[in-house]
Design a protein. Sequence first.
Lengths: 169, 797
Amino acid sequence: MTGGGVAPVDLTVNGEPLTLLAGPGATLLDLLRSRAQLTGSKQGCNSGVCGVCTVLVDGKTARACLMLAADCAGRTVVTIEGLDDDPHAAVLGEEMAKAGAVQCGYCTPGIVVALTDLFRRTAVPPDAAAVRHWLGGNICRCTGYVSIVEAAVRAGQRSVGADIEARAP
Amino acid sequence: MTATPDAIGKRLPRRDAADKLAGAARYTDDLTRPGMLHAAILGSPWPSARILAIDTAAARALPGVKAVLTGADLPARRWGLFVYDETPLAAGVVRYVGEPVAAVAATDLATARAAAALIEVDYEELAPVLSIEEALKDGAIPVHPDFDGYEKRPDLGFERVNEIARQEFSEGDVESAWGNCDVVVEGVYEVPSQSHVYLEPVSAIAEFDRAGKLTVQSANQSVYKVQATLSRALDLPMSNIRVATPAIGGAFGGKSGVTIQPLVAHLARATGRPVRLTLTREEDFMAMRRRHPAIVRVRTGAKTDGTLVARDLDIVYDGGAYAEDSPAVLGFGLLMARGPYTIPHCRLRGRAVYTNRLRAAGFRGYGNPQVTFATEAQIDELAGRLGLDPVELRLKNAVEAGGRWIGGQTITSCGLSECLTEARDASGWTGKRHRAGAGAGADAETGGKRRGIGVSAFAHICGLLGTSATVRLLEDGTVTLATGAVDLGQGAEAVLAQICAGALDLDIGRINSAPVDSDAAPYNWSTGGSRVTYMAGRAVVQAAGAVREQIVRHAAELFECAPADIEIRPGGRAGIVGVPEKEIGFGDISLRAHYRSGGPIIGSGALVYDGEAFDTKEALIRNYPFERIGTYVFGAHVVEVEVDTVTGKVDILRAWMAHDVGRAINPTEVEGQIQGGFVQGAGYALLEELLWEDGQPINPSMMDYKVFGALDLPLGLHPIIVEDPEPSGPFGAKGIGEPPLVGAAPAIANAVAHATGLRLRTLPMTPERVLDALDAAAIRDPEMPAPDRDPEPTPGA
């Protein structure tokens, strides 16, 4: 950041209240990667197309590369690192690993965040059509999506509705 | 070793998945170094211009800027793969829009980018060469006026201005063969520039220590290629360069040579500090690499019974502004241009040319997708003319094991016919093929949608050059495997560990894979050319074999018997044959070796691809840079599509993709390559094209250059694994990385032709091109509503 214009932003990241310095034009993704050292959210296209920076903001899927850091003041952000103990993400991870749905891994954190959000929102396990629709904003250049969608459907059958307690954010 | 070790053929989950799923895998841009500077580049705004002056004063004056470099600051040392034509920053002239002209290192990224924007460059615009036609016309402007003075290894025979390479593979007598043909088809096919769009943009971190040793961490496909090129670019001995590899976010050929590493190393040298440069997506689109667009002219002739007789093919690849892989891409395309068929008379010629567009380079398929799109279309065109079933025509002419490839090599294993019949039978080909696709009457019932089914058959190679591996037995009997095979995300680590586990009859949990680092890992030419499973796998089997020999020797000494009486048992034990209770664990043997006798157990394997060489008595082979390339691999795709004659959109409904992989070491990983490769090829067929207007890239962003998303594709992409074991392969395995892409576009095009009766000879088959073809053929039902061909832009979009 070029000297002046750097401003502190107060927000909650993965349950922890943080004050992070943001330069003018800095995005939430810049803040997470450079200031909070949370590099699980990736930088892919910086135009909100590829989905590798997907995070949850106030409980909803968002593109960290499109959100200005200054607009995140007071918000609650959950990144892939914040899903470490999430039961949906754990089941999804098992199924994705088993299905060969993880290749280069660059899209993987964004997809896990997006699908965890889907699993939290739904009372019934999503079918393939619902998963594909939900992943419309997450590009994968390696797998051709079939293994990801099939793994997500299986994970949903195992985890959605299985334990209501676990679905609390 | 036992015939079928437990680890081989198992669907074992990958060990790197857990970190990747947790966001804990570290890619280059995730890493920092103490005191690290951030870099930014300034790209050329012109496709061709002379640099008259560069004013960096304002950039240098910005607080936080530590170095500003231009081409004039760097030594005049050019590098390349065959033609040494590249520099880290434009030297005197720019040759494509986006070519790096200056670079800045600063204490933070925002400052570096702000400084780069303050650099003023005074250009004298030159007339650019923007197409293959312009490159080759009489009186063409040379893209590289100093081309004759460049070093070339080897010199590949250039005849005209802007030719990077000119090559030929010919057999028989094609001119007189046309008289023996009952049917001849002829066509010109055009294929586009596809961008790799690996999701991780190119990134590198470089730093020098005080003794002058350079360490570079970067997204790459070969630490050794990067090390060798850095040596040349920076005039450093290779022993002073360490190249390491964090996780790689996809590559597909786009990270196979050096990319930005020399530039970042120069910035580190200039500042004395670690420097990181990560390209923006736009910079990556504009300044990295792409698939060669090409124009293919082909003529193929056959007898009425379908026997293929002759083919004449002439291809020109647009290599862009720098030669890079172009000579090898051209040669490989020609080697594939006969297709997987016996055609006695072939003349296969081609050129790669310079233009003032982004350099083209290796991209999954390496010259083969361009050629195979054209040649597989012609097989279907012949089938149509002869009234033969396209699958039957292919089966009739398919090569077999023991047959010859063009150039004279013996085909050592071949599951091509099985791939064709399996894909045909699984797809319900016969019934679907006979369903009328192009009947005009169908449109009213289907809302203008027509279904079609198409097939392709194709080949590729795995092999190429040198590789090596070491296997070390640790004190507890577990193993550290080291290879130079960078894992691009395709699972190289998993598959090689599985091969090692198989070769030692151990559980994979006892195999540790060392990171790929040029300071420690054994040499591997590259992760490319579908070669790692086959080539590095062979080196791993050799190295494990050397370890087995030492284990057997120790056991024989301990049990006081002949080595021939010792067997390796599953689970890490050696024992006396026929005496189950006489056995000792690898751990005890390893302790003995470490502390008492013989020394620590380490085995190594090393080889250069050693298959049969081309037979230059049988074939005319002109200017080809290799004596041998690899072992042949085969596949066949059947694809069902639906063409919407109202909108022109082509939807893939289902695909059956049969691939002969020799032996699937891990079927799940093989299927991942097949599905992922097919989808990338489907993008090539239907969607993806880098576009330029007057030399300016017009879609260098993921907003404008679309790739397929999850909603665009069906779930019915069915991989079919065919196993015809390759005698030279590790446990019979061959490569699979590239072929699934190669076979996608031709099968889709053949399905579109079946659906509509129209042969589209230009990729991608966008809705606009499909509608144009339908209009030209005037078969679109006039009753159907006219599609909105040129919609008004959405407000605010």
